[in-house]
Write a protein that binds this ligand. Structure first.
Ligand SMILES: NC(=O)c1ccc[n+]([C@@H]2O[C@H](COP(=O)([O-])OP(=O)(O)OC[C@H]3O[C@@H](n4cnc5c(N)ncnc54)[C@H](OP(=O)(O)O)[C@@H]3O)[C@@H](O)[C@H]2O)c1
Length: 295
């Protein structure tokens, strides 16, 4: 690894327009970082070469590279596995290699879906991986590639925000339009507001830059857990919806991709470094307040 002196306040961020990426642009800038955001127009990851990625990073001479881009269509990946492998597996591997060559720490995001959900208790970072769908297989490939170059991975779950494409916004709309909404009650996890993820990453950034957070795989999720049905009930209560929220089992809502039943993450390792997120209910309150402010 080639050591170099970098401006500690400069960051390259791939995926600047995503749920997490968009929030990171703002939280990192507010913390004083100079963030060079990279979007699809600047670098289409479906076609980017290792040289393209290296040139982007080298031009900025950052202190940290973050990849918030991903192919996040879990069901679409079942019939588009090549693109998912490309964006979620090969690209992060290339980015991590390029960052390592330039002596810069690299942060990538993965998913709770790398686990099969059969454990029945929150997963620790070193638990066995057993992805049950094409998206998760591609994310596992990304984890392995990033770690092979000494990069860092934060596994996230159930990401939502007041913008983007997510369960919170879909459910909020359905609850306003329908008398009854049927929601899966036998999948457990922790809904994670992208703003709170970005705030946690903004705390982690200087620790990655000064080396006090060792490179590795970490779990980042908030307090508490629920099912999709529990989350929907909380959204209904927060939006004063009178729709009935009916619990169903996964088999009653078949999707192209299988999903883990219980992918709760144990986030105590990151917490020991002072990095964490509030309870998911706070994330919901935040999203409701952001939605009201936007309307
Ligand atoms: N969403 C979840 O529930 C969830 C759960 C667990 C883990 N994660 C992980 O968390 C991270 C952030 O997720 P997110 O929800 O913020 O994702 P997101 O909102 O779907 O954003 C993904 C970003 O990646 C960009 N991207 C995708 N394909 C690209 C390509 N070919 N070239 C350039 N850019 C491309 C998208 O660009 P465009 O804006 O141009 O489309 C988008 O800005 C990802 O690693 C994801 O796997 C997410």
């Amino acid at each position: 690894m080639e050591g170099r002196v970098s401006d500690p306040k400069r960051i390259v961020l791939f995926g600047m327009n995503g749920q997490v990426g968009g929030r990171l642009m703002a939280t990192l800038a507010a913390a004083g970082y100079e963030v060079t955001g990279i979007d699809r127009a600047r670098c289409d990851l479906a076609m980017a070469t290792p040289k393209d990625i290296a040139v982007i990073i080298r031009a900025v001479e950052p202190a940290l590279v973050i990849n918030a881009s991903a192919y996040t269509g879990v069901d679409a990946a079942e019939t588009d596995a090549t693109m998912a492998e490309r964006v979620n597996g090969e690209i992060p591997t290339i980015m991590a290699h390029a960052a390592a060559e330039q002596g810069v720490p690299f942060l990538h995001f993965s998913t709770d879906y790398v686990f099969d959900g059969a454990r029945g208790a929150p997963y620790a970072e070193d638990a066995n991986l057993n992805p049950v769908n094409a998206y998760a297989i591609s994310k596992r490939a990304g984890e392995l590639g990033v770690r092979a170059s000494g990069g860092t991975v934060f596994r996230l779950q159930w990401v939502f925000d007041s913008r983007g494409k997510n369960f919170f916004l879909t459910m909020k709309k359905l609850l306003a339009e329908r008398d009854e909404v049927r929601v899966v009650a036998d999948q457990l996890g922790c809904p994670s507001n992208a703003l709170h993820i970005a705030q946690a990453v903004t705390v982690a950034a200087p620790k990655m830059i000064d080396g006090s957070l060792p490179a590795g795989i970490y779990h980042l999720s908030g307090g508490g857990h629920t099912s999709w049905h529990g989350f929907a009930c909380a959204i209904a209560a927060a939006t004063q919806s009178t729709a009935r929220v009916v619990p169903i089992v996964t088999a009653e809502f078949p999707t192209p991709a299988a999903r883990p039943k219980d992918s709760r993450l144990n986030s105590s390792t990151l917490a020991s470094y002072g990095i964490g997120m509030p309870h998911w209910r706070e994330g919901l309150t935040q999203a409701i307040s952001d939605t009201n402010a936007n309307s």
